[in-house]
Design a binder for this molecule. Structure first.
Ligand code: SF4
Length: 372
């Protein structure tokens, strides 16, 4: 029987005994983690609620964004969309605008689409079943597990980046944790370790262990509450694990970003809501095959629009997507006092307005080039 925590029996005494952590029972691991979490766990706004809607929003925001950035946006987003109904009945453009600053805007579109599904198909009642949650846009297995564990305190494993790293080290995984075989193993370990009770605290304890102690570059093993269970620590491999995956080279694509300026305002247009970077704003662009064709492409575009003005090269910016690199060659064209009306999908915006506009990541960098 494991040690009690705060006078309560450890909730995981019945976990399979054949699953050992450096010779110890997983239940002892869970108890050590819970004891540490009760002392050291982080106080975060989304931890002061059991409302699945608010927990879901935090989980989606945290998927590819740091806690520090989310802290600056979470309350404001929930003030604007204080309930699931408020989010479901908003337009996708409003949700994208409110997402500005968090990046990876497909998350905002999915959040909106999933809110509509819950509103329409589940009478606004948040599903508590991970299998059902995974049918909703933007909710994968780990996010579904986190919502169920944290909001409903029901056993459901998670495998986010932090937990993936912690488990890889605990069990001294000798392959990249992104490999298909490793993925299966990690889910098995995550499932076996997840206790039947106090899942809310356990799940957040695992997240905190990865975020505060079992850090990517330099794990703080001496102060780690579970070092007695950790195979990588015992073998001195904690800084070598997780093993790195060999990366495939990604192609580079080139574009010219043409920043048209008319009396202190710049022309931007919104991308179609459906598709890549849907609903986000950008400057007019022309795709080019190679850098040497840039100047001719700008002149061609300016002429085609019936404008006059000398393009000035202000620099190039780089942006990495999952499947390609984008190099944008940035040209500023001052249109002087021309008379020009923006086409329907385009708008003239001041520099101050552009600071707050939901430009996509590559064109935030383009804007930074012309602003300096
Ligand atoms: Fe991570 Fe070190 Fe703790 Fe192992 S002992 S879980 S490597 S911090």
């Amino acid at each position: 029987m494991s040690d009690p925590i705060d006078g309560k029996a450890c909730p995981v005494a019945d976990l399979p005994a054949q699953m050992m952590l450096d010779g110890r029972l997983p239940s002892d691991f869970v108890c050590a983690l819970l004891a540490w979490y009760q002392q050291q766990g982080r106080d975060l706004p989304w931890r002061r609620t059991r409302d699945p809607y608010r927990i879901w929003v935090s989980e989606i925001m945290l998927q590819q964004t740091t806690v520090a950035t989310v802290l600056g946006r979470y309350d404001a987003f929930l003030q604007q969309f204080s309930t699931l109904t408020a989010l479901a009945t908003a337009t996708v453009e409003q949700v994208i605008e409110a997402w500005a600053g968090l990046g990876y805007y497909s998350r905002a579109r999915n959040l909106h689409a999933a809110a509509r599904r819950i509103h329409d198909d589940f009478d606004g009642e948040f599903p508590a079943d991970p299998e059902v949650l995974q049918q909703l846009p933007g909710i994968g297995r780990s996010t579904a597990g986190a919502i169920v564990a944290i909001a409903f305190d029901c056993p459901a494993p998670i495998l986010d980046a932090n937990v993936r790293r912690v488990l890889s080290r605990l069990f001294a995984l000798q392959q990249s944790p992104r490999a298909a075989a490793a993925e299966k193993l990690l889910w098995q370990w995550a499932t076996l370790l997840t206790p039947d009770a106090q899942v809310h605290d356990y799940t957040q304890g695992m997240m905190d262990l990865g975020a505060m102690v079992c850090l990517p570059g330099k794990p703080q093993c001496e102060g780690c509450p579970v070092k007695a269970f950790c195979l990588a620590y015992r073998q001195g491999l904690q800084e070598d694990i997780p093993l790195k995956a060999t990366k495939k080279p990604v192609p580079t694509r080139y574009q010219v970003a043409v920043v048209l300026e008319l009396r202190g305002r710049l022309l931007v247009r919104r991308r179609p809501t459906e598709g890549f970077l849907g609903g986000l704003w950008e400057f007019p662009t022309v795709d080019i095959k190679r850098v040497t064709g840039a100047e001719a492409a700008v002149q061609g575009m300016v002429k085609q629009m019936g404008l006059t003005g000398d393009p000035v090269f202000v620099g190039s910016s780089h942006h990495l997507y999952s499947h390609f690199k984008l190099e944008s060659l940035v040209y500023l064209v001052d249109l002087g006092d021309s008379l020009l009306v923006a086409e329907t999908a385009a708008q003239w915006r001041t520099y101050e307005e552009l600071e707050c506009l939901a430009l996509h990541g590559a064109h935030k960098k383009v804007f930074a080039k012309v602003r300096t």
